[in-house]
Design a protein around this ligand. Structure first.
Ligand code: AMP
Ligand code: MG
Length: 310
């Protein structure tokens, strides 16, 4: 009996028999932003490397500024998307319809008029914007990181990993549960300060995506021109918001909706939430006031709760 117990102990201590939990952390510059990938589990190293490769691959396909990319070729009419790419484009069009066009994946020419894709910022004339609005070239900049989060989750399912938190440049994608059973705490940046406005708690696989007027902007004549454009006018959306965070199990939806809600503003954004059942949202007004939908699980700041029956 004693020998049997010793044998069991020895087996338990053998490296091959014990399940190790490795941690991998990888930073990369991708999709014009710094990304930080953290993965836990036996396959953490391999998974993190393959996540980085996947993200770089998606960037190479969908960079609207690169004429050689798939999206560049689509915009020149010289390429056909494969079935997976076609599915993405179809879903993006569907999200545009769902938001009444507030999320518009065809604003590349309009964005280019302002110099947002290149950093050569300038205020275009009304005529230039009117011409650019007639173009319908693809720009998935408002949805790609969210879609990338979904694709990362798909990839992680094929590995022996326990959990991951992926910061895709402000788009946070979680996967799995923390070992102590507590939810992930995701900080939301204060749009007018350096620190955090508050935190939202999420469990399992979830995307927490923020669109804000502080993420990319320039100033001219004392005015701030930011990168989230109103598809009706071509001008930066002026809806009274400085940031919107969307919490949703689907990353692509979260990303498209964060941009759309920013364009729609608090009132129309609240209506969209009330007629939906798949996301929660935090709205930060330019006045600094904060509103959060009842399931948003926001803490760390004062805010007004938006209810279903409002
Ligand atoms: P996001 O940070 O996800 O809100 O995406 C903003 C980026 O999406 C911009 O830099 C543009 O490339 C593009 N964009 C700007 N306005 C819109 C809009 N109304 N709908 C869809 N994409 C937009
Ligand atoms: Mg977005």
């Amino acid at each position: 009996m004693k020998r049997f117990v010793c044998l069991l102990l020895a087996l338990a201590l053998l490296p091959g028999c014990q399940r190790r939990e490795d941690t991998a952390r990888q930073s990369l510059f991708c999709m014009d932003t710094v990304m930080d990938l953290q993965v836990w589990g036996a396959d953490a190293q391999a998974a993190a490397g393959d996540l980085a490769a996947l993200l770089n691959d998606l960037q190479d396909q969908w960079n609207a500024c690169d004429e050689e990319s798939l999206i560049g070729a689509l915009n020149q009419g010289t390429a056909q998307p494969d079935p997976q790419q076609q599915r993405l484009l179809g879903r993006v069009e569907e999200l545009s319809r769902r938001t009444g066009g507030a999320f518009d994946p065809h604003l590349h020419s309009v964005s280019a008029c302002w110099g947002f894709p290149t950093g050569d910022y300038r205020v275009p004339t009304r005529e230039e914007l009117a011409e650019a609005l007639k173009e319908d070239d693809w720009d998935l900049g408002a949805a790609l990181k969210g879609y990338a989060g979904d694709r990362c989750v798909e990839l992680l399912k094929g590995y022996d990993v326990d959990r991951a938190i992926l910061d895709l440049g402000g788009n946070i994608q979680t996967w799995g549960e923390k070992p102590d059973g507590t939810p992930w705490q995701i900080g939301i940046r204060d749009p007018r300060g350096e620190g955090l406005l508050g935190t939202v708690s999420v469990r399992g696989t979830m995307a927490v995506v923020t669109s804000g007027d502080y993420q990319r902007y320039f100033e001219a004549d004392g005015k701030r021109y930011h990168h989230i454009l109103d598809p009706k006018t071509g001008y930066p959306a002026d809806s009274g918001l400085s940031a919107v965070t969307v919490i949703c199990a689907d990353g692509l939806t979260a990303d498209a909706l964060s941009t759309a809600l920013f364009v729609l503003g608090l009132e129309a954004g609240t209506r969209l939430w009330q007629e939906s059942g798949d996301f929660e949202a935090v709205f930060v007004l330019t006045t600094g006031e904060v509103f959060a939908t009842e399931g948003a699980a926001l803490s760390g700041c004062d805010y007004e709760v938006i209810c279903r029956e409002d």
